[in-house]
Design a protein around this ligand. Structure first.
Ligand SMILES: [Zn+2]
Length: 130
């Protein structure tokens, strides 16, 4: 089998796609990661996002902006088609706690921008040496 070409790190700020991949990779190492791959998660996530009260990013809403995921957190049109959707965020980190993971009262819809902010804060909290 041919060996994969060596990848190198780009300088500067990562693109949102790189950040997403980075996050997926990081998330894949967290306790509870297996639940994101379940049929149950796919179903419940879709059901949750279909509720009338979950049509807009919770944080944008608090700032007076109705964002169904099609806008950036500043209210501009989102240009990245991969980021035009709401994300189900765990308000309290579940840390592999099954009850917290599946508890809808611990879920909130966020736009990708706000989800990034939450993730970055979590990552900072998780690795204080960075
Ligand atoms: Zn938002």
């Amino acid at each position: 089998m041919a060996s994969k070409p060596k990848s190198f790190r780009l300088r500067g700020t990562p693109t949102s796609q790189q950040r997403e991949r980075e996050y997926d990779r990081e998330r894949d190492q967290r306790p509870g990661r297996q639940w994101y791959k379940t049929y149950r998660w796919q179903c419940e996530r879709a059901e949750f996002l279909a509720l009338p009260e979950n049509q807009f990013c919770r944080r944008c809403e608090q700032a007076g902006l109705l964002n169904a995921g099609h806008l950036t957190m500043h209210g501009d049109m989102q240009s990245n088609p991969r980021r035009m959707h709401l994300v189900v965020d765990h308000i309290k980190r579940h840390h592999g706690n099954e009850r917290l993971f599946w508890d809808w009262s611990n879920w909130q819809p966020l736009c990708p921008d706000h989800h990034d902010i939450v993730k970055q804060a979590e990552e900072r909290a998780a690795s204080p040496h960075r």
